[in-house]
Structures are given as structure tokens and as C-alpha cells.
Design a binder for this molecule. Sequence first.
Ligand SMILES: C[S@@+](CC[C@H](N)C(=O)[O-])C[C@H]1O[C@@H](n2cnc3c(N)ncnc32)[C@H](O)[C@@H]1O
Length: 390
Amino acid sequence: MLDDKLCKFYSPGWLGDLVAATLQDLPATIVDLGSGPGSLGHAARLRWPHARLTTVDIDPDASAFTPDRHCLQNHVARNVLIDGLARALGVELGSVDVVLSNPPYTRVRRTRSITRVLERAGLAEAVAGWSTIPADLVFLAQALLLTRPGGTVAFVVPDTMISSETMASVRRLLIGAHKIELVIQLPRSTFGRTDALAFVIVIKKSALGGPIRLAAVGDAGLISTRVTIQAPAGVQRLDCLYHAAVQPDPSRASLADLGANVSRGRRNSRDVATSSKRIFHTGDFPDRPGAAIVVSCEAVRSGATRDVLAEPGDILMARVDRRLERKICFVREGAVEISDCVLRLRLPELARERALSGLLSEEGQIQIMSTIRGTGARHISARALLSIRV
Ligand SMILES: C[S@@+](CC[C@H](N)C(=O)[O-])C[C@H]1O[C@@H](n2cnc3c(N)ncnc32)[C@H](O)[C@@H]1O
């Protein structure tokens, strides 16, 4: 496998310490899946010097630990995605106290072996019919199979696992079968070379559920926010900043409550480049968020149902952009067609000002940022935008 396919985004030392600090019980056995240079395993080793630690990585150059004379640490070069992992690691299935991992955030082609692993971990139903599977999900399935009932799985997972609609079934199955003890949202700066949004999830295998504790670490590396949610809310999403933003004031109206309707432009970037008429695209937003814009009136409705025109009173927001929470403006005059990277928010006249100032307020910005998905080309869905409370 190529290096970039192995997703070698290694955990900084503080993340290893944070993961180790989330674990309560004194473990006798610890496994680190996809251990790389071993940040997670090292932190666990420091915390529990007498536990037996096994690290495993597919990369033959990644040997986090050499066996020691007390046989308390061992490294195995092995593909974690393949069935029969327990045997390869020399442990009994369902016997390990703690399984740690910061797995690769990539998708892998479904194989019979992967299907078997997912089935045995009770997660197959959530991805039925998918031809590619997130590797982190297969790692998680392997971790659940290795762990003893009551044991702990602590994973650094991507935001998809925590908040995407496509992974809601995975969250439902996890919450139904195990106790999600804690989910910690990490700062985007965690893995230097990427702004991937990642979380630490701590799962107690086969334990009785209950409220789920969520926390967020700020850029200074300290826990900045804490929220507790009930299980059904966790199926929807498990990200702390989202729940913190929507929880405090449920009496506030969502944009949908205010009668907003959201349309996405239909012109792609090729149309933007080749059309003789101007099409409003992400580069056209004014520098100041919320500024009023005047566009030329050259876009008159052609009668074609494809037209999505921005007209006076509409709020425009970037749908896809690295800084989309800052790309918001208000159309004062004129009419212009919008690209498919722009959303048009149309509201009754009396609600427009409230919506615009709500989106630009600190609380609105937190809500937007916590609903944004993706890395690099970050995006927001029309549904997520409508759920923002202002
Ligand atoms: C995101 S890095 C994390 C490394 C380390 N756990 C850390 O936190 O710094 C993912 C690791 O998984 C390993 N890896 C990728 N695919 C794997 C597979 N199929 N089986 C085992 N290890 C794999 C990579 O070699 C890499 O070391």
C-alpha cells in the first residue's frame, strides 16, 4: 500500500496522553491497532507500566516497540483489516481489556473477510450494499471483537463517524449494543498536515447505555466545553460543539421555523467559467461577512426551471469552501444566477434581518462550524443550514 493510503497522520504526544487519561480501569492487556510510531501505545505504557501491550501495523517499517524481556510489549506487522486478527496477535477473541487506535481515515474495497468482521461485530447492517467501507469502521469492528465484555475501546475517529448522516446507522448500532462513555472533539489543528476534524470516542463494550458525555478540546489543548446528551440525540450526532450550540436555547427559532427556504444553484464551475452572463460563485462573496451586495440585472428569468436567481432580500451563503462560515452576504439590488457551490436562503421579509444577524453572531458561527462536514473542501447541507437557530 502507498504511504498516503496508509494515512500516516500520527498523533501528537498530548493526544496519546489524552486518550490514556480517558481510561478508568486498570488494564492487564492493551492492544494498539495501526500503531505507527506508537504515540497511543507509549502513553498507555507510561500510565500502566505493568500491562501487556501489543502494537500492530501493516507498515513493516513501523515497529513501535521491540519485544522486551518481560514479554510486556510486542509488535506484530499485520493488516488489521483481515479476519483472524486475534490469532495473529496471540490473544483470545473477546479477552483484551483495552483496544486503542488512531486508524487510517480512508475507504477500502469490501472483501468477504471485511464483511465477516463487520457481521461478527454486529455492524454489517449499517453498511449493507456499500462496495467500499471506511477503514476506521473495520478497525473499530476488529477492536470490538478483540475486547472483553466490559472492556474499553478508545479510538481517534474522523468526523464522519461522529456526525455524518450516512453513519447514523453505525451510531445507532453502537449505542444500542454498547455504552458510549465519552466523545471528545479535537481541534482542527491536531494533525499538522491536515485540517481533518477528529474525535476521541471511548466505548465500554456490551455495557448498559445511558447519557453520553461529550467534550471539546480548544486550540490551547484544554477541554473548553462539556455537554451531556441522551442516546437518541447521539444517534443523530455525537459532536460536542453542535450539541453545545443547539442545546442552550431551544426556544430560539430555527431558520426553518422562520419560514426559510434554501435553494442550491445549478451551474457548475465549468458554466461559471464559460457562461457569457455572470454567475455568482464562491469567489464573489464580499470580504466582510454579511455585507450587502448589488449585482447587475443582466440575469432576467429565462423561464427555464433550471434558473436559481439571487434577488433582492435573499441571503447567499457558500455551500462549499474552506471558510464557508465567513462567506455570507445579502442581496440589496439586482439579480444574478448562482453556482452550485452557493446556497440561496429566502425568508419572509420580517425575518431576514434576524436570520442574517443570527448567522453572523458568535452562536450562529459556532452552529455553522459544527455542522460543516468534510476536510479541505468543507461543505454544509441545505438541511443543516435550515436547522440553525437564530
Ligand atoms: C493515522 S496513522 C496513526 C498512527 C498511530 N496510531 C498514531 O496515532 O500516531 C494510521 C496508521 O495505521 C497504519 N495502517 C494503515 N492501514 C493499515 C492496515 N490495513 N492494517 C494495519 N495498519 C494499518 C498506518 O501504517 C499508520 O501507521
